[in-house]
Each structure stands twice: as C-alpha cells, then as structure tokens.
Design a protein around this ligand. Structure first.
Ligand code: FCB
Length: 498
C-alpha cells in the first residue's frame, strides 16, 4: 500500500475543522456504496422467496413505524439493471449488497432455488460488465422464518444451516465475487433481535440474546470454512461488525466500568472469539447469571469461530456515550434503545444499569451525534490490536430530512459535510498506519430503514417511493467526483457540482 503523506492529514485537523488541502487516497482504494436485500429488493413473494423474520416482523402491527414493510421497498429486484447503470454513472468502484437467504433457500435448509440464485448471478454479471466490484454479504438480518420457528439464532442448528447456505452461495457466485462477508452486524441480530426486541424477531430475553451471539459467531466461523472450501484462493472472506466507539461520560470508576461493560457486550463479544479465539473473561463474569456459558460454548467452537479471515468490515455512524445509570439518574431516553428504536428492554444483557447519552452538538435525523473522530479511533484500535488485519469501512453515512424541490433536485449539504468529515478521518487513520482498504457509503439509495420504515432517508440517491423514480442527491454527485478522482477536496462543497 502506498503511504499517505501524514503532513496533509495532520493539517486536516486544524482548529477550523476544515481540511486545508485535498487529501489523496492510496491507489486502489475502493470507493463503494452499500445496500441490503430486505431494505431494497421488494418482490417479497416472487420466484419462490418465502418470508424472513423481517417480513413477519414488519407485518406485525406496531413493530415498524407507519406499518411500513419491505414488500416492495425500492423494487430493486425488478430494477437492478437500471440501478447498476446509476452506480456506474456515479463512478462507484464497488457495490456491497446482501443475499436474501429465503430467496435462495426458502426453508433455510435443503436444495437451492435456482431462480433465486439467478437473480444474484445476473446482478453480479451486470456489475462486472460495468467494471464495478461486487462485495456480497450473506446475511443482513433476514433469517428465513422457518428457521426462527424452530428457535432461530438461539439454537445451534442455525449455525449449521448458515454454513450450508454459505456453501451454496459461495458455489454459485464464488467464480465472480472477490469479497464475501458472512454476517452484517451480528450485534444487532443478537441484541436488538432477541434482547431489546426492536428488530426482528422481536424477542426480549437476555439469555436468548447471548445464545444468539454465540451461535452467530459459530455461524460465521463455519461459514468461513464452507466458503473457503468453494471459493478460489484469491477471494477474500470477512465479517462486518458495528463496533461501538465507547466514551465514558466521566472518569469516575463507575463510568469507566460502564464503558468497559459496553465494550465487552458490544464489541469484544465478537472481536475476541473471532480474532483471538476466546471470550473475554469480564463478559463471562458480567453475564454468568444469565446464561450457562459452559454448556453454550462446546469444545472446538472457538477454533471454528476463529478461522482466519482476510478483512474486517467496520460499520460506523456515531459514538456511544455511557455512564453508570445508578449514579447518573438523568440518563437520557437513549438509555435503552441505542438509537435503533425504543424498548422497555435493554439490548445490553448483564449491563442493564448502564445509561446512554446524547453528546452535545450536531445530530442527524436519527438523533445520532456527528463525530468523525469516533471512526478514526475505531480504525486505529483495530490497527493497534490486530496490525495484520486490513479493514474496510463497509458502512458510514447519515439520514437527513431530504426533500425533492419543485425543480426536481435534492440539496443535502449536511450529508456532504458528514461524509467529508468521515472520509478525512479515514484518511488520517491511513496516514497513521491503519490498513484501510475501502469505504462504502450507506446507502446507495433511500430504503426501508428497519423499525423506522421509509421515514429515514440514508441514500445518496433519493427514491420517490410512489413512482420508484431515482434522483441522485447533490451528495451523490459530490461523492461521484471523490470516487472518480480518489481525492477528497479540501472543503466539503468544492466537488459538489461536477
Ligand atoms: C446499520 C445497518 C444498515 C442501516 C444502517 C443505517 O446498522 O447495517 O442496514 O440500517 O445501520
């Protein structure tokens, strides 16, 4: 990797917050955008696809804002050729998408449905035809409902089912997809899905959440094995984690302990078994009263979970500010929802007393505070703790209250500023030695934002959901110029109209 000049990065950190000189990225740096199957595809009941837990959840009254579902979403299943053409016009070098498990293997077991696989083959061929590198995620939260009916991620067999599915997809796409990611954000699957219940399947049981976390780890490790058995040697395997950049509200022992606990059940519950082959002792102690870890983790599991991967995907949006809720009774309404939706139940088993706070300053439409140094800190942490492991920013972006002007344009300077700040942070991490291979904007286009339905727009491309018209926002044009030039302009708006 070509070294990035550190003087320019240093100077990007001036008191004004603006980068005074354009920041050039290393040759070969990957510029992409990301989506997920349930959030964009629609065609929920076509070509043999069966319901996933998100179909069931979104069709359950009260679960998703305004009763929105992914039945149609951005209709990408029918419009993928146009969408790939759009990506090409935006100079994207790579596209991160996810495969819908129940489209490929409707019951979560047994033979694959060829029509389901064909959709992804055609998508990949279309991407390759336009010189866009496909990056495939096997699981972005949409477990086949049939598997949930027999226990979902709380049972071990689901890890085995996932490995089988990984082998199927690896066999079908491995000849043309150079990057495979096993799971997207297993923290959300385990702790929002089975802990706070704001995500599918909507369960609220701390023991179930911890079991799910272990079985997701096992699923990842076994899937890496299944992929390795089918993929060409050059293909890269990875997992994407939504690592929490945790900041204690104060330096009191109680607040520092809150930060340690959330690091354990938010980050190290995945990082340690996957990258080091063990569960952190403090996590086991914090949660010993909730789950029987000895029965849960069987001989050989950790060896499977820690199969080598080529790359770590990092998703980052906002830092996590915590305190001991028993000593700071003023903990905000974020205390229990982690910004993904409100619940009376905590997604932090064993650390339910920790309170979450909103940092002062700017926020996005999600009420997530804008703080690019969190991304820098995370990338540097991984680089320090695992110097041999390259990272890729597989998601970063922001929701704002975008609207289509009467002239038919979407002007989103806040998103440009957000992405500019975070790209400057990536550049600074590169300059300081982190091996970051690429950056994927979340998201290519507006989509179904889980419990928030269509009310939150994260896209670079605006979607008019009543007509399915796509309108690139100003930020899309701006990002296209950055991707084309491999250079971040010194001030956010400069590349805006190219
Ligand atoms: C991440 C998810 C992604 C999207 C963004 C905003 O946690 O992976 O699907 O919802 O948040």
């Amino acid at each position: 990797m070509t070294a990035v000049r550190s003087e320019s990065a240093e100077s990007a950190e001036t008191a004004t917050g603006a980068a005074p000189a354009p920041l050039r990225f290393p040759p070969g740096f990957i510029w992409g955008a990301a989506t997920a199957a349930y959030q964009i595809e629609g065609a929920a009941a076509e070509d043999g696809r069966t319901p996933s837990i998100w179909d069931t959840f979104s069709h359950t009254p009260g679960r998703v804002l305004n009763g929105d579902t992914g039945d149609i979403a951005a209709d990408h299943y029918h419009r993928f050729r146009d969408d790939v053409a759009l990506m090409s016009g935006l100079h994207l070098g790579a596209y991160r998408f996810s495969v819908s498990w129940s489209r490929v293997q409707p019951t979560g077991r047994g033979p694959a449905v060829q029509r389901g696989l064909d959709f992804y083959r055609q998508l990949v061929d279309e991407l390759l035809g336009r010189g866009i590198t496909p990056v495939a995620t096997l699981y972005h939260w949409d477990l086949p409902q049939e598997l949930e009916n027999v226990g979902g991620w709380t049972v071990r067999d689901t890890a085995e089912r996932f490995a089988e599915y990984a082998g199927i997809v690896g066999g079908a796409l491995g000849d043309r997809v150079p990057y495979f990611t096993t799971l997207n954000e297993p923290w959300c699957s385990a702790f929002l899905g089975y802990g706070s219940g704001v995500h599918a399947p909507g369960r609220t049981d701390p023991e179930a959440a911890l079991k799910a976390a272990h079985h997701l780890n096992l699923a990842h490790g076994r899937a890496v094995g299944a992929l390795r058995a089918t993929l060409p040697a050059a293909a890269q395997t990875s997992i994407t984690l939504n690592l929490h950049q945790i900041r204690p509200l104060s330096a009191t022992p109680a607040d520092l302990d809150a930060a340690r606990r959330i690091d354990a059940v938010g980050n190290r519950v995945f990082l340690d078994p996957i990258l080091s082959g063990n569960y952190p002792a403090d996590l086991l102690a914090d949660t010993a009263h909730l789950v029987d870890w000895e029965a849960l983790v069987r001989d050989g599991d950790l060896a499977e979970i820690s199969r080598p991967i080529d790359l770590l995907g990092v998703n980052y949006y906002t830092p996590t500010l915590v305190s001991d809720g028993r000593t700071h009774a003023e903990g905000t309404d974020l205390a229990r929802n982690d910004g993904h939706g409100a619940s009376a139940y905590s997604p932090w088993p064993g650390s339910e007393h920790v309170a979450f706070h909103l940092a002062p300053g700017e926020t996005t439409a999600m009420r997530w505070s804008v703080d690019a140094t969190g991304l820098y800190d995370l990338l540097m942490r991984i680089s320090r703790e695992h110097p041999e492991l390259p990272t890729m920013v597989t998601e970063n972006g922001a929701a704002y209250d975008d609207y289509l002007s009467p002239e038919g344009a979407v002007n989103d300077p806040q998103r440009i500023a957000y992405v500019h700040g975070h790209l400057a942070a990536v550049h600074r991490a590169l300059a300081d030695g982190a091996d970051v291979r690429g950056y994927f904007l979340w998201s290519l286009m507006d989509n179904f934002e889980w419990a928030y339905g269509y009310s939150k727009r994260f896209g670079a491309v605006y979607v008019d959901f009543s007509t399915q018209r796509r309108i690139p926002k100003r930020s899309a044009h701006w990002y296209a110029a950055v991707a084309r030039d491999n250079v971040l302009p010194d001030v956010p708006e400069e590349a805006g109209t190219s």
